[in-house]
Design a protein around this ligand. Structure first.
Ligand code: PEP
Length: 243
């Protein structure tokens, strides 16, 4: 099984969502691929209603607190009430633009799990950290802080997203992705988190899907820009599964 998850970020009005739903339903999907889409809060309800049977629908963020005086925020309980399957946590845009800390990410993960929602945790190094050969150290810190006191046996997904590859059109060599995903899986299993899927994210498109993701250790992709077009999004899966 491969996992192709999308992240719409802050895009799409109602008319774009309607078009996506229509196009996505039309596309022939390969077997053994699970699709998921993290959509803006305002589109959650419609997407759950219209696409839930074909694609897991998730949020892009959740509040680190349970409820109360947090103006503008959305709680895990509210997401569960709208039948949200999963939520992104710790996307690099939230870490850098909204100053989200590893401690807040840890609180978010625990609240999601307590409310029956699967966290999709994003981790990855910056260009500078990579140049200073700190990638593994960064990954280990992000993982261990995010998963502090998270019980073993809970279901979550990790996306390895090098920050320098997100939205840039620049990608690592597959060997580098394999090396870092193997390391993430090693850290997870040392902490008794077993059978956790690890995706790659950063400038994935239908053309590079097979060459970037075609390895048993890579469980799939988290796709930003190319998930805004239903045909491209599905074609990532089609090309990846091609013999
Ligand atoms: C992302 O936003 O998680 C992402 C991977 O974006 P893109 O595919 O556009 O690089």
């Amino acid at each position: 099984m491969k996992y192709i998850y999308g992240n719409w970020k802050m895009n799409f009005l109602d008319q774009d969502v309607n078009k996506f739903i229509k196009d996505f339903k039309k596309e022939k999907k390969p077997a053994n691929v699970e699709f998921g889409l993290a959509v803006p809060f305002l589109h959650l309800q419609k997407m759950v209603k219209k696409l839930q049977k074909k694609c897991f629908i998730g949020a892009q963020n959740v509040c680190y607190a349970e409820s109360g005086a947090y103006t503008g925020e959305t709680s895990a309980k509210m997401l569960a009430d709208k039948k949200t399957c999963f939520s992104l946590v710790g996307h690099s845009e939230r870490r850098t633009k909204f100053l989200e800390t590893n401690e807040q990410i840890n609180q978010k993960i625990k609240l999601l799990l307590n409310n029956g929602i699967m966290p999709l945790l994003c981790v990855g190094e910056t260009k500078e950290e990579r140049a200073e050969k700190k990638t593994k150290r960064v990954l280990k810190t992000q993982l261990t802080k995010a998963l502090k006191d998270v019980p073993n046996g809970k279901k979550f997904i990790i996306a390895y997203e090098p920050v320098w590859a997100i939205g840039t059109g620049i990608t690592p060599e597959k060997s580098e992705i394999v090396e870092n995903i193997s390391y993430i899986k090693k850290v997870l299993s040392e902490n008794n988190y077993l059978g956790i899927c690890v995706l790659y994210g950063g400038s994935v498109n239908p053309e590079n899907a097979k060459s970037l993701l075609g390895d048993d250790i890579i469980d799939g992709a988290l796709v930003g820009g190319a998930s805004l077009d239903a045909k491209k999004f599905v074609n990532i899966a089609v090309n990846l599964m091609r013999e």
